[in-house]
Design a binder for this molecule. Structure first.
Ligand code: SF4
Length: 229
């Protein structure tokens, strides 16, 4: 399903983000239909999948050059055998976030800003992810109890003026669930900046719907942090 094939035969629901999520590529068999793999590639990817999940939206897979093993998009999305190697300097939590978590799903390292982990689910699991200890392990969303604890913590800590909603990818949540989080933060007077960390504009752009934008507009300004490579 490379770019040429997609333009020739795009499934009718291609522009529906929920269809894209439901048809994510998660197995070697499905992957072999969109990129060319050697027998060694197949073995390596299968071995890696014993440890780490793969998930690639059909949209993002369509951007891969199926014949180029070094295609930069492929390298971000397709597992490689190097991921299974244990190295002396490997760290489960390379950004040392666990030690800065005063309440579950919250990281408070710098005085005036916090990281709110809204979900451990993503539409695509990046091979370079630094939160693999949690992301992709379980498709969990934040519980209401933890969210209320976070709101209480931020209300108490009046020095916090910047909240980055991240995960996982918060934009794989329903618009309703995301609004619940944003509305709760906007109701705290000293929260000035609300940011969303997401790769959705890159790997699932059809998620940027009119419905989502209308919701976000109610709580402006909202900042989006993304990364393309
Ligand atoms: S979108 Fe972010 S959290 Fe999700 S796998 Fe990629 S880098 Fe990790």
């Amino acid at each position: 399903m490379n770019a040429v094939q997609v333009s020739a035969a795009k499934p009718p629901n291609w522009d529906d983000w929920k269809w894209q999520c439901a048809h994510r590529i998660t197995t070697v068999a499905a992957l072999s239909k969109v990129i060319h793999m050697t027998q060694q590639d197949t073995q390596n990817i299968s071995k890696c999948l014993e440890q780490f999940r793969m998930s690639i939206t059909p949209y993002y897979a369509s951007l891969i050059d199926p014949d180029d093993p070094k295609d930069p998009i492929r390298l971000q999305a397709v597992p490689s055998i190097e991921e299974t190697y244990d190295c002396e300097n490997d760290m489960a939590d390379p950004l040392a976030e666990e030690g800065c978590s005063p309440v579950p799903n919250l990281v408070h390292r710098y005085p005036d800003r916090v990281l709110l982990l809204a979900t451990y689910r993503c539409s695509m699991y990046c091979r370079h992810c630094t939160r693999r200890r949690a992301v992709g392990e379980e498709d969990r969303f934040i519980t209401e109890k933890n969210l209320q604890s976070i709101f209480a913590y931020i209300r108490f800590h009046t020095e916090i003026r910047d909240v980055l909603i991240s995960g996982g990818d918060p934009l794989v949540m329903s618009t309703e669930k995301l609004e619940h989080i944003i509305a709760g933060l906007r109701a705290i007077p000293h929260v000035d900046i609300i940011r969303i960390g997401t790769r959705v504009p890159v790997v699932l752009p059809m998620r940027i719907t009119e419905e989502l934008l209308s919701m976000l507009k109610k709580y402006q300004p909202i900042w989006i942090n993304t990364h393309f490579n």
